[in-house]
Design a protein around this ligand. Structure first.
Ligand code: ZN
Length: 242
């Protein structure tokens, strides 16, 4: 069965700046939603900041297996009540893929519990993304590494908790390195942070980038076991003497 994916984008840069609209005429969200369908069976929809409830109603989230998140300048404008709603859905089992500047989104910081701060530079460094866990399903179909000719640099230290699994490490022309593909489990939810995707570069048209996002969507949207039951519990069998 197709994995139901909602691609969320603040959708501000593309509307406000012509040079960015030229790269993503229908927005980063549409580029990703259309692009990943070349790499798997996904039923995609999109949602943006300006929509009522940011497009993330209870109904949308209930029907979302994996939420993909791109945000940058609009983090503070995302309502706390919606962040709480997404947080609850992640803990209940919805997958979450946080891209690039989403490292500073309210939802990612809430799930990580750290500042999620990092070093950055916008000077068109080349990025070389190394696969450090070739057995991981998120690395499927990716060679030993792939390159993006120009990207914004993100460098260590990246203030995140130690990832459950580290799939990619990036190297940049200027000399920095970065943990650019990190997995986490929170409750029943699986989370993947993936670094590339600065809005002034055509990164979400890159085949390797789209393949990684598709792989991660499949990984995070896998079928799961029964919902856990918490709290006071009746014995399954008689307890002698009671
Ligand atoms: Zn950026």
């Amino acid at each position: 069965m197709a994995i139901r994916v909602t691609v969320w984008n603040e959708y501000l840069h593309e509307v406000e700046k012509e040079s960015i609209a030229a790269i993503y005429p229908k927005g980063i969200h549409t580029a990703i939603a259309d692009g990943i369908r070349n790499y798997g069976e996904f039923e995609t929809r999109t949602a943006t900041l300006a929509e009522p409830e940011h497009g993330l109603t209870d109904e949308v989230l209930e029907n979302t297996d994996v939420l993909i998140w791109w945000g940058h300048k609009g983090h503070a404008r995302v309502e706390d009540a919606i962040v709480d709603r997404v947080h609850q859905r992640v803990l209940a089992g919805m997958g979450l893929i946080v891209l690039h500047s989403g490292h500073f989104s309210k939802i990612f910081k809430k799930l990580m519990g750290t500042t999620c701060n990092l070093k950055w530079r916008e000077q068109g460094d080349k990025e070389r993304i190394w696969v450090v866990d070739p057995a991981h399903p998120i690395a499927e179909g990716i060679g030993a590494y792939f390159e993006l000719e120009h990207e914004e640099m993100y460098g260590e230290r990246f203030d995140i908790p130690a990832p459950d699994e580290l799939v990619f490490i990036s190297w940049f022309t200027g000399g920095e390195v970065f943990r650019s593909g990190c997995t986490y489990h929170r409750g029943r939810g699986k989370i993947f942070y993936f670094r590339p995707g600065h809005e002034t570069y055509p990164t979400y048209h890159n085949d390797n980038v789209l393949r990684v996002i598709a792989n991660a969507t499949r990984w995070a949207g896998q079928p799961q076991g029964a919902l856990p039951v918490f709290g006071k519990t009746a014995a399954l069998e008689p307890i002698p003497g009671k």
